[in-house]
Design a protein around this ligand. Structure first.
Ligand code: UDX
Length: 486
């Protein structure tokens, strides 16, 4: 995999600093971008918070993974919180801390010369998550070009961009009732989204809510950057990307990033266990792959609600009864910290414990990309996190969406109604509905959903093949980084 720099001898190899938002999804996708840039000969410093670094060291072989790239270096920075501070479910505190405590450290890191060495010059381009606008402030101050990346969908990003319009038109705030009222003032999506499909924080009825303030303010800063990288592809979100281009003309749609990397590494987008890079923040339990090997083709529903969602006991029970009653085989990821009150294993009623033994398999964390690529998996019950959605799309796996929060409410609407890749179960958590939807997805309308999902997977693969939109946009990004670095 090693490639030497394709820069002219004598000119400086570009040195890109990548700083992802310190959450599982963004870290995953930005690692793939780092690998893609290293493959094209650039030097990359990948900056993670000390907290994320500790977890990567504990759960992955991240160091051996990157030995293969001469230009790669991992660097850490404090997120300003105590080590035992909860980060997953209280991330407004994380954002605040990043903005006020990490910002000066980031400035110091860039100006101290610590990132340079004999082999690599100073940072010539910063790529940071566009929700961390302070990175752009620092880069501008010290005269380093910067590009923002957003690891959410284009459709959700466009909603964030339109928050001022929603407020101006009086569509925001609204009280919690009548969630079916259509939303009119988002250009390109008129009457398509309902109140319930807006990012979850819009339901608070309070314009001063910290999340509304954060997403409104930070998103408006995005056009300041030299460009904006999106983990999506044109055949999926082209029309929405056109709307975004009106504000951020220089858009690099280069996704799905995880498959983009696979295709560059092997010339194919098919997953094998050896070529995937894990940047998991939990220990992967690979025994589920052996279990999947013994299941019939497309018979298993894979269930995972991502890295942040926490289910109440009642929600867990509704899902569980629904799944057991549907008699579908299932592989379920129940993270150790994902059930309120903890200690769920000892509280499981006997009847579902028996049903699980017969039909299911449970792990604390799965090698998800590989699971979704497995021939036994025929559906994905997901929280509609953007990475999970893209991972499902590229493998042609239809989805049942149960969005938990934030961007996921928008994504699930698009999965269900725009792309028709599955069913949107938003705002329902009832065993009868779970059972019905599982039967619909896995039996009654299986062929229809698989056909549609296959078509979209093919379009995704085409976008990554030579001459495809994501392929060309990555080339353009690399060229632009090189010219910025001269
Ligand atoms: C959330 C949002 O949903 C997401 O859209 C936003 O950009 C960041 O915050 P998260 O809950 O982490 O993210 O969901 P998602 O974006 O789907 O990312 C989860 C990642 O964890 C995926 O890459 C998935 O492959 C991985 N994963 C999940 C595993 O590797 N194993 C598992 O068992 C579950």
């Amino acid at each position: 995999y090693l490639k030497t720099s394709d820069m002219d001898q004598g000119s400086l190899t570009p040195h890109v600093l990548i700083f992802p938002l310190p959450l599982q999804g963004p870290v995953n996708s930005m690692f793939k971008l780092a690998e893609l840039l290293c493959l094209s000969g650039l030097n990359v410093t990948f900056l993670v918070t000390e907290h994320i670094h500790g977890r990567l060291l504990r759960y992955t072989d991240i160091q051996s993974r990157f030995v293969r790239y001469r230009g790669f270096r991992l660097e850490t920075i404090s997120d300003g919180l105590e080590e035992d501070h909860p980060r997953g479910d209280r991330f407004m505190e994380l954002f605040d801390s990043l903005k006020y405590k990490t910002k000066p450290l980031f400035r110091e890191l860039l100006t101290s010369g610590r990132l340079n060495s004999e082999a690599r010059g100073p940072v010539t381009c910063v790529i940071a998550d566009g929700i961390m606008g302070f990175t752009g402030d620092v880069a501008s101050e010290i005269g380093v070009p910067f590009v923002y990346s957003r690891t959410i969908s284009a459709c959700c990003l466009w909603v964030f961009f339109c928050l001022p319009k929603l407020i101006e038109s009086g569509e925001l705030p609204f009280a919690g009732d009548d969630l079916d009222t259509p939303i009119k003032s988002i250009r390109g999506m008129e009457n398509f989204l309902r109140r319930r499909d807006l990012p979850s924080f819009c339901r608070t009825g309070d314009l001063s809510h910290p999340s509304i303030q954060l997403y409104k303010t930070e998103s408006q800063e995005n056009p300041r950057a030299h460009g904006l990288i999106l983990n999506t592809f044109d055949d999926l979100e082209g029309p929405i990307c056109s709307e975004i281009r009106a504000l951020c003309p220089n858009l690099y749609t280069i996704g799905p990033l995880h498959s983009h990397l696979k295709s560059k590494l092997s010339g194919t987008t098919t997953t094998t266990s050896s070529d995937t890079s894990s940047s998991s923040l939990w220990k992967e339990d690979r025994s589920c792959i052996t279990w999947l090997d013994a299941q019939p083709s497309k018979s298993v529903i894979y269930i995972s609600f991502g890295s942040l969602a926490v289910l109440t006991w009642d929600q867990l029970m509704e899902f569980w009864h629904g799944v057991i009653n549907s008699k579908t085989r299932f592989l379920w990821v129940i993270r150790p910290d994902s059930v309120a009150g903890g200690d769920w294993e000892t509280r499981i009623p006997a009847e579902i414990s028996q049903g699980t033994k017969e039909k299911g398999y449970i792990v604390g964390w799965a090698p998800q990309e590989e699971v979704l690529a497995h021939q036994a998996v025929g559906g994905f019950l997901t929280h509609s996190g953007w990475n999970s959605t893209l991972e499902s799309v590229i493998e042609g796996v239809p989805m049942i969406c149960w969005p938990y929060f934030m961007d996921q409410q928008v994504n699930s609407r698009f999965v269900g109604e725009a792309w028709r890749l599955g069913l949107d179960m938003k705002d329902a958590c009832d065993r009868v509905i779970v059972e019905e939807m599982l039967k619909d997805l896995m039996e009654t309308r299986k062929d229809e959903f698989i056909k549609r999902a296959d078509e979209m997977a093919n379009l995704a693969r085409k976008s990554l093949a030579e001459g495809g939109s994501s392929y060309c946009n990555l080339d353009r990004l690399i060229k632009d980084i090189k010219s910025m670095s001269q």
